[in-house]
Design a protein around this ligand. Sequence first.
Ligand SMILES: Nc1ncnc2c1ncn2[C@@H]1O[C@H](COP(=O)(O)OP(=O)(O)OP(=O)(O)O)[C@@H](O)[C@H]1O
Ligand SMILES: [Mg+2]
Length: 371
Amino acid sequence: MPLDRLVFQGLRNLEILDLRPGPRINLVSGPNGSGKTSLLEGIHILGMGRSFRTRQLRHAICHDAEALTVHGRFVGDPPTPFGVRRHRKASELEIRIAGERINRIAELVDLLPLQLINSDAFRLLEGAPSARREFLDWGVFHVKHEFLDAWHRVRRALKHRNALLRHGRIHDASMSVWEHELVHWSERIDAMRRDWMAAFLPVFENTLDGLLPLQGLELRYSRGWDARRELADILRLGRETDRQMGFTQQGPQRADLRIRLARRPAVEVLSRGQQKLVVSALKLSQGRLLEASTGRTCIYLIDDLPAELDGHHRRAFCGWLERMHCQVFITSVEHGVLTDLWRSDTSVEMFHVEHSEKGAGRLLPFDRQTL
Ligand SMILES: Nc1ncnc2c1ncn2[C@@H]1O[C@H](COP(=O)(O)OP(=O)(O)OP(=O)(O)O)[C@@H](O)[C@H]1O
Ligand SMILES: [Mg+2]
């Protein structure tokens, strides 16, 4: 479901913003420092309850404001309004969906499936496994509703086992109880991740083929514990070494997606532009699989789409966005580079962010820009 209204207040340098996005492609251009990334950040806060630029959401509050508020509305009959508010002095977020106060961010995440493609997206290839695990679990979470509960149970069992390890109580009777719980839910999680991977792989191969045909790119799921052994044995026999390390070394909390080319990590072989295309193919495939398996669509936030891509690849990327039914917000410094990438029957809305007299960022429909 697309968003048909966005209202932001107190977000970074942006003036109060009231945006009526189109249901498909929304292009946002403007000079450096005008507020384009902040606009995407606002949508991200709305859908995830957190920023992609800072761990401390209060840093996204405008220097002169006491709070930041982001509101959105889904098209529908009736439309669904929802919003997130963070006060500078409060430690908690206030989340509302259709007027109801919500306590769990997961409800927000479930409501607004988002995919972000920005310069941080390279972390999927070059960064720690946690980024790839997050990517994997986003997919599983949106397709399998029991995933979140299983994941909470794993986290709880791990916390208890790690506490026993740190207190040296490795022969404690409760150790076996928590290990048993951990094994049970870890296997559930592994099965869900495997199922998701089996569905994801062909979609990914097909998407990548349309973007950047690469022979031999390999995407492999690794479950986080030795493939030849049972997790129960690993935990029981590994208690002493886990005690020395102070934490549980193997389990689904160590799962990864290995992305390799010519038997080497893909990041060591691919050019920067090729990396962006592989990461984009991964993220587009998430949305395609979500559409195919649930009928729901993602909202794509794409910061500086033209960066690193030549004209041919920009067009191929936009071709995928057109074929999917998703709503997209794309930023770029230059307006012109984004406009000739679309078929004539694709609905494209254009906006411009400019510096106001006070230096704040002001968003206008493109034809009303004052430059
Ligand atoms: N908490 C804040 N309060 C007010 N202004 C802020 C705050 N944090 C950042 N800014 C300013 O907000 C402006 C907008 O930044 P943003 O990253 O959104 O710009 P941009 O249009 O994406 O620029 P670029 O083209 O360089 O990527 C910057 O000038 C920045 O200094
Ligand atoms: Mg930016």
